[in-house]
Design a protein around this ligand. Structure first.
Ligand code: B12
Ligand code: SF4
Ligand code: SF4
Length: 355
């Protein structure tokens, strides 16, 4: 087998060739941050995201104990890719009656597929370089692996965990998707990235729903991203006003971050926005048909909210818009066959009638 130091250098080169801007290596360890993950789950901050609570046979949280879920893994290769396109930030846009889909979801292709494809390229180069003899184990993950990716990204030197809980890189900002390759190779780790948040609290101050309950701590139940993407059924009434015009995800705590002021822009075709998704028309989303939803969002992360969730979110945004022109459409929607849509429309209508 070639020198492990040679493979560590090759990893960075292979990642750049595959299209990742950043890459690093972290050792497999029970990092202190993973204890925060256990506390986060115990306090119910994962909301209804039951997949976050998966446990192994010994009752340990799978995502907090790579040592037991992948005992063969010695190193984690963390890769990051920029998805920032040349579009304004949500906090800088004044578009009455329009919705907001978060930056990461405008893309032509689902980031899971894009990142996984590129990870596989890196993986095959590593396997070739290691002289794959059948004993080498590697495994690629985007989102669904048994680990908290941001903790490993920190220890791979990709960036620090900001007070908004996102991975931030000094040069790239935080508009980054992460992907990881677990490997049985014991590669030399990179240095963890130092925290550069300092005394700044802009993200915490700007969050409209106070979801950043303390620095580095997010309560999903209060987060617009969770409510608009992951929450099924009705949105709790007390959360609706704070959602503003968000119909899928939320970018505010990253828009206001000083490290994103000069974040570079990507020209990657797969991340360029689909037509109509930047400041989308609420009346369109509220009544999108099943066929159009399938067609427009084929291979898009927006499918995660499902058609019912997207319509629900658009209707709540209509209620928050102060635009009385939506009243006739909302009146019709109160009789919609989808009970979640109909109830949201009743709420939005009463809000606009009172405005
Ligand atoms: C579940 C999930 C969510 C949930 C919960 C978010 C969250 N903060 O946990 C929801 C639906 C809300 C969400 C939202 C978003 N997500 Co998300 N999400 C995930 C997922 C699948 C798991 C995250 C997780 O494990 N959370 C558990 C909590 C405990 O972790 P944490 O909040 O990061 O907390 C860590 C630190 O803050 C620290 N910590 C905690 N408490 C304390 C206290 C102190 C004192 C200290 C020092 C440290 C500390 O330790 C914690 C880890 O144990 C990951 C992919 C993955 N497998 O890791 C993507 C991921 C984190 N999401 C991602 C993205 C892009 C987003 C959004 C930007 C999408 C959007 N625009 O709407 C938002 C960002 C919101 C935000 N501010 O985090 C990217 C983040 C990339 C980056 N640059 O960081 C990831 C990595 C997906 C990917 N593959 O690229 N997401
Ligand atoms: S994504 Fe939005 S709601 Fe969630 S913590 Fe950030 S600013 Fe708050
Ligand atoms: S806004 Fe300030 S505190 Fe929040 S992540 Fe950015 S630098 Fe850190």
């Amino acid at each position: 087998m070639p020198e492990l130091s040679h493979i560590a250098a090759l990893v960075k080169h292979a990642a750049h060739t595959a299209g990742f801007e950043l890459a690093g290596i972290a050792p497999v360890q029970d990092f202190a941050e993973l204890r925060h993950f256990e506390a986060w789950i115990a306090s119910g901050r994962a909301g209804e995201m039951k997949y976050m609570e998966a446990r192994d046979e010994a009752g340990k949280l799978k995502r907090a104990s790579l040592r037991s879920t992948a005992p063969w893994a010695r190193s984690v290769i963390v890769c990051a890719i920029n998805y920032n396109t040349a579009q304004p930030y949500s906090v800088a846009v004044d578009a009455p009656g329009k919705g907001w889909i978060s930056r990461y979801a405008w893309s032509r292709q689902d980031y899971h597929d894009v990142v996984m494809r590129k990870l596989r390229e890196v993986e095959s180069q590593v396997r070739r370089a290691a002289g794959d003899d059948g004993a080498l184990i590697t495994s690629c993950f985007v989102d669904t692996g048994p680990l908290v990716e941001r903790v490993y990204a920190k220890y791979a030197g990709v960036g620090w965990i900001g007070k908004n809980t996102c991975i931030l890189n000094q040069k790239m900002g935080s508009w980054l998707f992460l992907g990881v390759i677990l490997t049985s190779l014991d590669l030399a780790p990179d240095m963890p990235a130092p925290d550069r948040c300092g005394s700044c609290t802009r993200c915490i101050d700007a969050c409209p729903t106070d979801a950043l309950v303390a620095p580095y701590q997010l309560d999903s139940n209060l987060c617009i991203s969770y409510l608009t993407i992951e929450k099924r059924g009705a949105i709790p009434e007390e959360m609706r006003e704070g959602m503003g015009r968000h119909v899928f995800g939320c970018d505010i705590c990253q828009d206001v971050c000083p490290w994103n002021r000069k974040a570079p822009v990507t020209k990657a075709p797969e991340f360029q926005p689909r037509e109509g998704l930047v400041n989308p028309a609420l009346e369109w989303l509220a009544e999108i048909t099943a066929e159009e939803f399938q067609e427009k969002f084929r291979g898009s992360p927006i499918r995660r909210a499902k058609r019912s969730g997207l319509r629900r979110n658009a209707i709540i945004a209509m209620g928050n818009s102060g635009q009385r022109r939506f009243i006739p459409q909302l009146e019709e929607l109160t009789a919609d066959a989808d009970p979640v849509v109909a109830e949201s429309a009743r709420w939005a209508l009463s809000k606009l009638l009172a405005s």
